[in-house]
Design a binder for this molecule. Sequence first.
Ligand code: APR
Length: 223
Amino acid sequence: MNERFETEVAGTRLVLVRGDITTQDVDAVVNAANPQLTPGGGVSGAIHRAGGPELTRAAAAVRRERGPLPPGEAVITPAGNLRARWVVHTVGPVWRGGRHGEAELLARAYRSCLSLATAHELRSIAFPSISTGVYGYPVGEAAPVALGAVRGFLREHPGALDEVRFVLFSADHFAAYRRAWEDLPNPAHGRRFTDHGAPGVQSAPNGTGQAHQAPGDRSGGLP
Ligand code: APR
């Protein structure tokens, strides 16, 4: 399976890729943090290990100044030794069955990161799949929320960023996000786009609002 997909939403490249977020060449990577902004495990542990003591100290300083970071909010620090220059730390919701405002909090976490990035005039940002590890959010439920939140923000802020990248650690996660993108409801048209193009022509450029994608368009499973 091709584990990279690229499309465009209102002038911003939206990329899904399988990989490791700690090696991404973007202005900022997002950390799925805990409220104390300590390294923890999972993606946060990996980001802190790669960023080194400068990153961990910067996160601790923010924690001292502002107190614990509530779920849905985001803060920014320098990235230490990472290739990215900044880390945007956000706290996703802990999954408690889906009826405790988890989706709203998860969407808010993505939007907070994007707002912070644009406020700092960053042009590219990479997200992990927030909350779908230790916090237990099922990826099949989280992916449409994440993609819907990002698409909504980009449509409201055309051209505000060059690229938003989702860096998915496992094949399962990549497949879930890829599927969720195809199935994402399109409120502008009141129906779902599904693959109905001619053979070899992928459709459903969910960000552009066009029902078909001509061969050679940038959207859709580029190598
Ligand atoms: N690159 C990209 N994604 C990664 C990486 C990596 N290097 N390492 C792990 N992941 C993925 C996991 O596979 C999971 O899909 O990140 C996703 C989020 O998982 P967690 O890191 O467990 O984050 P979350 O579910 O939001 O839980 C946050 O975990 O580490 C603690 O301190 C953190 O308490 C906080 C909690």
